[in-house]
Design a binder for this molecule. Structure first.
Ligand code: MLT
Ligand code: ZN
Length: 464
C-alpha cells in the first residue's frame, strides 16, 4: 500500500513523476560513498521549476525531509538518503537553455551533466573550464552545491568563480533569481555565494548561468617521475615560473601500482615515489619554452624519468594514470580524506601526515594524490582484506580525527572540494570556528525553519 504522505504529495503536485520501486530507491538513495544503506521514502523526479517548488512547499508543510540529488558522484555522503527522506532528483532537468555571446554565458538546468556543459561551451568556441574525472556523471547542480574543484583549479579556480547567476528554490518553495548574470553587483549580501557549497541545505539549485572562458591554449602533456615531495614542490615552482600551467597533478607510486593493476599501461620500467602529470601551454612537444623548462629540471637532477606526450592519444593515456585513480582504488573501499592547506604548507603537512600514519596506523596502505597547485591532498586509506568493513570505518574515523587535528594546526580545511556531507561532519570544528558554525546554523534555520533540507548533512539538526 502506498504511503499516505505520497498520496498527499501527488495531490500537491499533480503529474509529478515519483519512483518507489526498491531498485530505484537503492539507486537514488546513495552516492559514491557506499557506506550507508539507502532507505528513502520515494524519489521525486520533477521536470519543471514549478514542480520543484510544489514538492518543497509540500515538504515544508508536511515536515518531510528532502535530499536534493544530482549525479550522486559525491564522496562525502551529501546525497545519501538513509532515513526515509524524499529524494529530489534533478536528472530530468538537464537542458542547456541559452547561450549569450555578448555576456559569454551559458544558462543550464541544474541536472545538466558537467560534460554536457563543457561540450556546449566548446560548440560556441569557448570553454567551461571546471573539470574532473566524473564529468560524464556529475551534474552542474551538484557541482555548485559542493563548490566542486578538480584538476584545473590552479589555472581557473573552483566552480564558485564561474557562477554568474543562480535560480534557487528555498525550503518554502520560493524561487530566488540570484545575481541574474551580472558582472558587478554590490547591492548587499550575495546569496548566490551562500548557496554555493551549502550542500543542498539552504535551497535547491534549479538553474545556473555560467561564465565561459576563451578556449584553452594548445597544451603539451608531461609525466615526470620524481624522487621526493620536496623535489616535486621545487619542480612546481620552477615550472610555474617558466610555463603557463593549465594543470599540475601529483600521485604516488602506490597510486600508479593500483591504476596499472586496473588495466593502465605502466609508463616507465620501474616505479618511482612520486609522479606529476601536467598540462602546459605549448605549440607542441618540441616547443622551445617547454624543452628549456624540462631541461632546467633535468639539470638540477630533479627528474628521475619523464615523457612528453607526442600525440593527443598519448596525452589521454598519461592523464588516465591520474584520472583512473579513484576507479582503481574503489574495489579497496578507500576511506577518503580531502584536505587542503596553503600551497606553501604542503611539504610540512605531508611529511607530518605521512609520519603520523606510518607510526600510528602501519596496518594501512595509503594512496596519496591530488592537486598541487591549490594545496589539495587526497589521502585514501585502503581497507586491508582481512579487516571487516565496520572495524575499518571505525579505525579510519580515528585516522581522520588525527589528520583533522593536523589540518587544524596547519590552518587548513578538512574538505577542499568534496564537501562535508555525513563523512566529515564530526570534524567541521577543526576547520570552522564555533562562531562561524553558529552563524551557519542561524542561516540554515532562517532559510529552512522546518529543517527539511538535507537534514543531518554538514552538521546535526538542533535538538527539538
Ligand atoms: C580526484 O581528484 O580525483 C577526486 O577528487 C576524486 C577522489 O578524490 O577520489
Ligand atoms: Zn580531487
Amino acid at each position: 500500500m502506498s504511503d499516505p504522505r505520497l498520496e498527499s504529495l501527488r495531490a500537491a503536485a499533480p503529474g509529478l513523476r515519483l519512483a518507489t520501486a526498491p531498485d530505484e530507491l537503492l539507486h537514488y538513495g546513495r552516492d559514491w560513498t557506499r557506506r550507508w544503506t539507502p532507505a528513502p521514502l520515494a524519489v521525486a523526479l520533477p521536470a519543471t521549476v514549478d514542480e520543484v517548488q510544489a514538492v518543497l512547499r509540500w515538504a515544508s508543510a508536511e515536515g518531510v525531509a528532502v535530499v536534493p540529488s544530482g549525479g550522486r558522484t559525491g564522496l562525502s555522503g551529501g546525497a545519501v538518503a538513509a532515513n526515509g527522506e524524499l529524494v529530489l532528483s534533478l536528472e530530468r532537468m538537464r537542458r542547456v537553455l541559452a547561450f549569450d555571446p555578448v555576456d559569454r554565458t551559458l544558462t543550464v538546468e541544474a541536472g545538466a551533466p558537467l560534460e554536457t556543459v563543457q561540450e556546449a561551451a566548446r560548440q560556441h568556441g569557448l570553454q567551461y573550464p571546471v573539470d574532473f574525472a566524473s564529468r560524464g556523471s556529475c551534474t552542474i547542480g551538484g557541482n555548485i552545491a559542493t563548490n566542486a574543484g578538480g584538476i584545473r583549479v590552479l589555472r581557473y579556480g573552483n566552480t564558485r568563480e564561474w557562477v554568474a547567476g543562480l535560480k534557487l528554490v528555498t525550503a518554502s518553495g520560493e524561487l530566488l533569481d540570484l545575481n541574474r548574470g551580472l558582472v558587478k553587483n554590490s547591492s548587499g549580501y550575495d546569496l548566490r555565494h551562500l548557496a554555493i557549497a551549502s550542500e543542498g541545505t539552504l535551497g535547491v539549485v534549479v538553474e545556473a548561468t555560467l561564465k565561459l572562458a576563451p578556449p584553452p591554449p594548445p597544451v603539451a602533456t608531461l609525466l615526470l617521475a620524481l624522487p621526493s615531495f620536496e623535489v616535486l614542490m621545487q619542480v612546481f615552482q620552477a615550472l610555474r615560473g617558466r610555463l603557463a600551467l593549465e594543470a599540475f597533478e601529483f600521485f604516488t607510486g602506490t597510486c600508479l601500482r593500483h591504476v596499472v593493476a586496473h588495466g593502465a599501461q605502466a609508463p616507465f620500467e620501474r616505479e618511482y615515489p612520486y609522479y606529476v602529470v601536467l598540462d602546459a601551454a605549448a605549440e607542441g612537444p618540441d616547443d622551445e619554452r617547454l624543452l628549456e623548462a624540462f631541461g632546467h629540471c633535468a639539470e638540477q637532477g630533479w627528474v628521475e624519468d619523464g615523457v612528453v606526450a607526442q600525440s593527443q592519444a598519448q596525452a589521454a593515456q598519461l592523464w588516465r594514470l591520474r584520472e583512473g585513480i579513484t576507479e582503481a582504488l574503489a574495489p579497496h573501499l578507500p576511506y577518503k580524506n580531502d584536505v587542503a592547506v596553503r600551497v606553501s604548507a604542503m611539504p610540512a603537512f605531508l611529511a607530518e601526515a605521512q609520519a603520523l600514519l606510518a607510526a600510528e596506523y602501519p596496518e594501512f596502505e595509503v594512496a596519496w594524490f591530488g592537486h598541487i597547485g591549490d594545496g589539495n591532498l587526497h589521502i585514501n586509506v585502503l581497507k586491508p582484506t582481512e579487516l571487516g568493513q565496520e572495524a575499518f570505518v571505525a579505525r579510519c574515523a580515528e585516522v581522520t580525527a588525527h589528520l583533522a587535528g593536523l589540518v587544524e594546526r596547519h590552518g587548513g580545511t578538512i574538505s577542499a572540494e568534496h564537501g562535508i556531507g555525513l563523512v566529515k561532519k564530526p570534524y567541521l570544528g577543526c576547520t570552522r570556528s564555533a562562531a562561524e558554525i553558529g552563524i551557519m546554523r542561524a542561516l540554515r534555520a532562517a532559510l529552512d525553519p522546518a529543517g527539511i533540507l538535507n537534514p543531518g548533512k554538514l552538521f546535526d539538526p538542533p535538538e527539538r
